[in-house]
Design a protein around this ligand. Structure first.
Ligand code: SAM
Length: 399
């Protein structure tokens, strides 16, 4: 089911629009669970045995599985339905946003200017150059991507993103649709109870779902979200103000964010790096290393890398790179995160990854149990995939 947006930028969708959104959400659920399970059966019972017969070995990686699966009728059907439901996500929310665009922009302005509930700041740079890998692409088929502005001071791409996410997420992300960072930051805090950050940066913050949970964990800290999309930082700021959370948002490029050297305790990103080309990722990690205080930590929630997955799972996750306008997704997943951290100036021995269970899905006790068990096992490379909703996270301490 579709989650409702729960703050003052809520769009008043018509009954028909709500019905369409619920249908699309249900259809995605069917494709990603029901059809995906059939696809796996076809692979196990037919495609892999045929591959083994012809090659005297199993497929060695995702691309070999992809090649073997490509002509299967069920794979074509799955891909077709998945592309169509992805487009339908956006189509189901855009009419409501367009209808309310003037009022939404006015509401956002009022929220941003008010200091009644919260005192966060907003910085938009009128001369800002949006990188081409954002301005030239409708990433994951979202028309207008993260940057397009229809009128001055526009937030509508932010509204399309958040309303689209509410359909896309099928109810998995909780009432504020921030379960990923709620889970990941809670898990981090449980594993590092003595760590007391005072300044936290969220890179590629979009609508602020990945920014505000840090303020829940560390209410005394200054929390800053940056993004190259002006509509995103405007929306994120107004949303934070509406929730009464003081957080600061600025239009900045994480490759040269320009904050002082050694000025952050935590530099975080969520679902960000896989949308960035490799050479820009390398610049971003270096910039994070420069801005981190000694003793600080860089943390990224991300798609797990191919080198810790089976060929079939790698193929399944990389679907988006081929069919969902996510051209940097597979190159990112082919990188080794610990190598990339080392290349940026971190020490490999300070690298870690963990797999945090979803707070929304399993609750706090399960998260605590997993964090305690993982802490007991080792201080790095912990967690288990398995079934259910779990979030892969990697990072590195700076010494
Ligand atoms: C998938 S979204 C991130 C989602 C968000 N963190 C969340 O948890 O909801 C990727 C975001 O990164 C932004 N972005 C892309 N390149 C960037 C860069 N070099 N610096 C800052 N933001 C960037 C995009 O504009 C987009 O808003």
């Amino acid at each position: 089911m579709t989650e409702n947006v729960t703050h003052d930028l809520k769009v008043d969708h018509t009954r028909d629009e709500r019905a369409r959104q619920n249908f699309v959400s249900g259809m995605r659920n069917y494709v990603l669970n029901g059809l995906a399970a059939h696809l796996r059966t076809v692979y196990d019972n037919k495609v892999e045995p045929a591959f083994v017969k012809a090659n005297k070995r199993k497929p060695k990686d995702g691309p070999e599985v992809h090649k073997a699966m490509k002509d299967e009728t069920l794979f074509k059907y799955y891909s077709n339905l998945r592309c169509n439901t992805q487009e339908a996500v956006w189509r189901s929310v855009i009419p409501g946003v367009e209808r309310e665009i003037e009022d939404l922009n006015r509401r956002a302005q009022v929220l941003s200017q008010s200091t009644e509930n919260a005192q966060g700041t907003l910085t938009v740079d009128p001369k800002f150059d949006v990188p081409r890998y954002v301005s030239e692409l409708d990433v994951h088929l979202m028309p207008g991507n993260y940057h397009e502005e229809r009128v001055a001071g526009d937030i509508s791409q932010g509204a399309i993103y958040e309303n689209g996410l509410s359909v896309f997420a099928m109810g998995l992300l909780g009432s504020r649709m921030d379960d990923i960072t709620q889970s990941v930051s809670t898990y981090f805090q449980m594993r590092n109870p003595d760590f007391k950050p005072t300044r936290i940066l969220d890179m590629g913050c979009t609508a602020g779902h990945s920014t505000l949970p840090w303020k829940d964990r560390y209410p005394e800290a200054e929390v800053i979200g940056i993004d190259v999309g002006a509509p995103m930082v405007r929306y994120a700021h107004a949303r934070a103000q509406s929730y009464g959370v003081t957080a600061h948002f600025a239009q900045k490029d994480a490759e040269h964010a320009g904050f002082e050297d050694e000025s952050f305790d935590i530099i975080y990103s969520c679902m960000f790096l896989h949308e960035v080309p490799g050479k820009n990722i390398r610049n971003i990690l270096k910039e994070a290393h420069r801005m981190l205080k000694p003793g600080g930590v860089m943390i990224h929630y991300e798609l797990p890398p191919n080198n810790i997955m089976t060929p079939y799972d790698g193929f399944y996750l990389d679907w988006d790179a081929y069919y969902n306008k996510e051209p940097f997704y597979k190159p990112f997943r082919d990188m080794d995160p610990s190598d990339e951290c080392a290349r940026a100036g971190f020490d490999k021995k300070d690298f870690f990854y963990y797999i945090a269970p979803s707070l929304n899905f399993y609750g706090t006790d399960a998260l605590k149990k997993a964090a305690d068990e993982d802490k007991a096992q080792s201080d790095s490379n912990v967690g288990r995939f398995g079934d259910g909703v779990k979030w892969f996270t990697f990072g590195c301490w700076k010494h």
